[in-house]
Structures are given as structure tokens and as C-alpha cells.
Design a protein around this ligand. Structure first.
Ligand SMILES: [Zn+2]
Length: 274
């Protein structure tokens, strides 16, 4: 069974985010904290919105290319595992999405695009709120000028406000478990997990369509909880006969967790693998 490595694709997507973050950082560095005009704020926020708009377009295109690619790889896996052809290259020639896979791919593309859009919306909201807060604080400092005989803003205060602007880019995302993520790290985890998941779901759908109702979990000498599942036989549909766990019921903390590299290889006769 082919082991899939989506590092190259994930790195490309993460690079889009890194580049956007760098460009936003330099917008924030250029932002003049002594200019309290609304026009100054709006110009910066507009530039940031434009950067994020470009990022959203690149990310949406990436998803439209890569989620179907991951699904094709999954279908090819099933075709090879079931002995229809001998090589992955031959399998790729005959890959077609069955009805279930067609729908699944469309849904996964939409879901992943929505998840990535939520990342940029989150970044935009935080950056906007921070720019407003920092301008407010700068204005207050300005009002208080003269208290200590200085005419310009204290360098420490200035650096503190600049730091707040920079921080607004680093901890944007809070996941469903309440953990905070750097958006770039989150995008890496999300896209990698979605691609692996897509590949496996496409494999299962192709296998079931070809009347193979069991699968064997791949082995690569895992060190985490997955190791207990390596080589195990599972059912691909809940009501297949036999005393095997159904793949959909496996504990997500132990196997097929985020970033998990394990896959399932379809088989027709589980008794031959025991
Ligand atoms: Zn694993």
C-alpha cells in the first residue's frame, strides 16, 4: 500500500499564509502611530484586507486542486490493493470517482475552503481590532504628553504598541478544544489532515463499490497510540459480517488522529490475514 506524503502540497499552502503574514507585518511596521487620522487607519486596513483577499483566492484554488488529487490517490490505492491493476501509475489511468466519491469530494472541497476562510477572517478581525486599540492607546498617550516634559511618545510605549500589532498575527486561531494556534501551524495541521482523510475515505468508497468490505491498517512502526492498530483488520462498512471493529468506530485519539499517516488497505477476505 502506498504511503502518501503530502508535505510538498501542504508546504505550498503554508507558504501562501507565511507570505501574507509577512506582507501584513510590513504594513503594520509602516503604520504611522503618530498619525491619528481615520484615513491613515483605513488605508492600512484596506491594504491588509487586499492581502487577505488574495490569500483567500490562492487558498481556494489550492483546495480545488489538491482535495480531488488526494481523492484520486485514494481511489488508485483501492484499485491496486484489490489487484485490478499492478501499479499506482496504471491505477491513476483508470481512476474515476463513483457517485459517493463525487459527492464526498465536492463536500470536502467546500468544507476545507470554509475552514481556511475562517482562518483569514479570524486574522482580519484580530488585526483590525488591534489596530483600533493601538491607535486609541497612542492617542491617549498623545493627550498625556507633557506630563513628563516629553514631546514625543516614549520609545518603550511605542515599542509596546508595535509589539501588540505584531502579536495580533501570531495567535489567531482557537480550535474547538479551546487551544490557541498560530494560523500557519493551524493551516498545516488542517490541510494535512483533510488530505489524508480524503484519501482514506476515497479508498473506502472505491473498495465498498468493488465489494471489498474489509481493510488492513498500514504499518510504519508508529510510536504513538496508533501502534496498537498497525496491521489490524477492520470493517469498512458497519454491518459486514465478522468480529472486526468498524473503521468508523475506532477511537480518534488512538488512530486516524490529526496529522496521522496511517491508511487502510482494502481486502476482500479478512480470514486470510489472521
Ligand atoms: Zn497514525
Amino acid at each position: 500500500m502506498a504511503e502518501h506524503n503530502y508535505d510538498k502540497q501542504v508546504e505550498e499552502l503554508v507558504r501562501y499564509y507565511k507570505q501574507a503574514v509577512e506582507r501584513i507585518k510590513s504594513e503594520l511596521d509602516r503604520f504611522d502611530l503618530s498619525d491619528f487620522s481615520r484615513a491613515n487607519q483605513l488605508a492600512t486596513l484596506k491594504n491588509i484586507a487586499d492581502i487577505l483577499k488574495g490569500l483567500n483566492e490562492d487558498a481556494a484554488q489550492w483546495v480545488a486542486d489538491n482535495i480531488p488529487m488526494a481523492a484520486r490517490a485514494g481511489v488508485a490505492d483501492a484499485i491496486v490493493a484489490l489487484g485490478v491493476v499492478n501499479t499506482a501509475a496504471e491505477a491513476m489511468q483508470i481512476v474515476k470517482f463513483n457517485r459517493v466519491n463525487k459527492e464526498l469530494v465536492a463536500a470536502a472541497v467546500a468544507d476545507t475552503q470554509a475552514d481556511l476562510l475562517a482562518v483569514t477572517q479570524n486574522v482580519e478581525r484580530r488585526v483590525k481590532a488591534t489596530v483600533r486599540q493601538v491607535v486609541g492607546e497612542a492617542m491617549r498617550q498623545n493627550l498625556a504628553q507633557g506630563i513628563n516634559g516629553r514631546r514625543t511618545m516614549n520609545a518603550d510605549i511605542m515599542a509596546g504598541l508595535r509589539g501588540k500589532l505584531g502579536d495580533s498575527l501570531n495567535t489567531g486561531i482557537i480550535d474547538s478544544a479551546g487551544r490557541r494556534w498560530d494560523p500557519k501551524v493551524y493551516v498545516d495541521m488542517l490541510s494535512r489532515t483533510k488530505m489524508m482523510r480524503m484519501t482514506m475515505d476515497a479508498t473506502i468508497n472505491e473498495a465498498v463499490d468493488r465489494e471489498a468490505y474489509y481493510g488492513q491498517i498500514s504499518s510504519h512502526g508508529a510510536k504513538d497510540a496508533c501502534r496498537n492498530w498497525e496491521g489490524r483488520i477492520v470493517k469498512l462498512v458497519a454491518d459486514a459480517p465478522g468480529d472486526y471493529p468498524y473503521i468508523g468506530d475506532l477511537p480518534g485519539r488512538e488512530i486516524f488522529h490529526p496529522r496521522c499517516r496511517h491508511t487502510v488497505s482494502p481486502i476482500r477476505r479478512p480470514d486470510r490475514y489472521e
